[in-house]
Design a binder for this molecule. Structure first.
Ligand SMILES: *Cc1c(COP(=O)(O)O)cnc(C)c1O
Length: 380
């Protein structure tokens, strides 16, 4: 099997910054500080600067970031067991896991076929007296945010929690809830980031963060992530250990500094696909050449006519590896067979049609154009 075009080469992702990463790792080794401390504080400040949020709390991973936000809202008396959280049906399962883990009820809403993000026109119908929040997921890097969502949140007093795991650096067209912020992480009331190694900004291990401009929420999240203690040996919550460690914070400070160029590179590859792919069975994702509301975590096409597997096999024979995000939506997973939900036709359709093309470091713009030509040549 020739693998000329791997889906993602993680070694190449970090090779680009090898010297800086080694210097930062050495600094941590020599510091004698292996939990908390200056590296974590500085990382949090840099994440605030980048997103425009007032507070950032480094945590263990993206799922924990989401879990901590929901747990914190419960501790603050804003949510209680069985309350409902609206979430898109086609998200990565972690969004839904966080909701059920907190004893809350996910209410799945279909996405839009144009954006792949939650269809904001369908949100209001899903609101009930038990709805407390909308978890908006900036899927594949595109901000899932508009005035309709903000208006519904105001009307029904809902919290908006952003799942920004795939969208670091993304900038929305509409203003956030506070009427100021535009960036993922500062659009809703709270946001979760993941720095899983394959994300646009990846740690060298697990890492995540919560951002918010709500001081009470930030304090609760920070305490919950540190055994529930607000100060040493004083526990106000039944907490957990979900801290970000300084080694990962040091790695992330390097990577965070390169977010804009990494995202610009992804945009250039996406544009090459967009301009070159021309196949009657393929639908490309929506693309605007001027808007920065998508940081292209994934470049996801739809292969129509039930030919996805055949298409992927043929591409692989040409040396092009692809992936599928996601073939089995959360409500179809064995663990959620008892989850109640209405019909989700768009979620189901996308699960059968989506294919992610290589877009990370290691795929050049020229590679993307070549892959696009290969796609155009495929007959089925
Ligand atoms: C990666 C991801 C998560 C989970 O982040 P981890 O750091 O892997 O726990 C949550 N939501 C979405 C949309 C993701 O892509």
């Amino acid at each position: 099997m020739n693998n000329t075009y791997p889906f993602l080469d993680l070694k190449a992702v970090n090779a680009r910054y090898e010297e800086e990463l080694i210097a930062a790792a050495t600094r941590v080794i020599k510091s004698g500080r292996y939990i908390g401390g200056e590296e974590v504080d500085k990382f949090e400040q840099e994440l605030c600067d980048m997103t425009g949020a007032a507070y950032a709390v480094g945590v263990s991973n993206g799922l924990d970031a989401l879990r901590l936000i929901l747990r914190a809202y419960k501790e603050l008396g804003i949510m209680t067991d069985g309350d409902e959280v609206i979430v898109p049906g086609n998200t990565y399962i972690a969004s839904v896991l966080a909701i059920t883990d907190a004893g809350l009820t996910p209410v799945l809403v279909d996405p839009s076929l144009t954006t792949f993000n939650i269809d904001t026109a369908k949100i209001e119908k899903a609101v009930t007296p038990r709805t407390r929040a909308i978890m908006t997921v900036h899927l594949y890097g595109r901000t899932a945010w508009d005035e309709t969502m903000a208006e519904i949140a105001r009307k029904y007093g809902l919290k908006i929690i952003e799942d920004s795991a795939q969208a670091i650096g993304a900038c929305s067209v509409a203003l956030g809830m506070d009427g100021k912020g535009r960036r993922a992480g500062a659009l809703g009331h709270a946001s979760a980031f993941s720095f899983y190694p394959t994300k646009n900004v990846g740690a060298l291990g697990d890492a995540g963060a919560v951002t918010t401009s709500d001081n009470e929420l930030a304090k609760a999240v920070r305490a919950l992530a540190n055994y529930g203690s607000d100060r040493r040996y004083h526990n106000i919550y039944v907490g957990a250990n979900c801290r970000l460690d300084p080694m990962q914070a040091a790695m992330l400070r390097i990577k965070l500094g390169h977010t804009a160029e990494e995202n610009a590179d992804r945009f250039a590859r996406a544009l090459a696909y967009h301009r070159t792919i021309n196949h009657e069975a393929i639908i490309c994702p929506m693309m605007s050449e001027s808007v920065t509301d998508n940081v292209w975590h994934q470049y996801v096409i739809r292969v129509t006519g039930g030919k996805r597997d055949e298409f992927r096999d043929k591409l692989l024979k040409h040396g092009v590896a692809t992936d599928v995000h996601y073939a089995v939506p959360p409500h179809r997973q064995p663990c959620y067979q008892n989850l109640k939900h209405g019909p989700l036709p768009v979620t189901e359709l996308l699960a059968n049609e989506v294919v992610s093309l290589p877009i990370g470091t290691g795929t050049s713009v020229k590679d993307a154009a070549t892959i696009a030509e290969i796609i155009n040549s495929i007959e089925f």
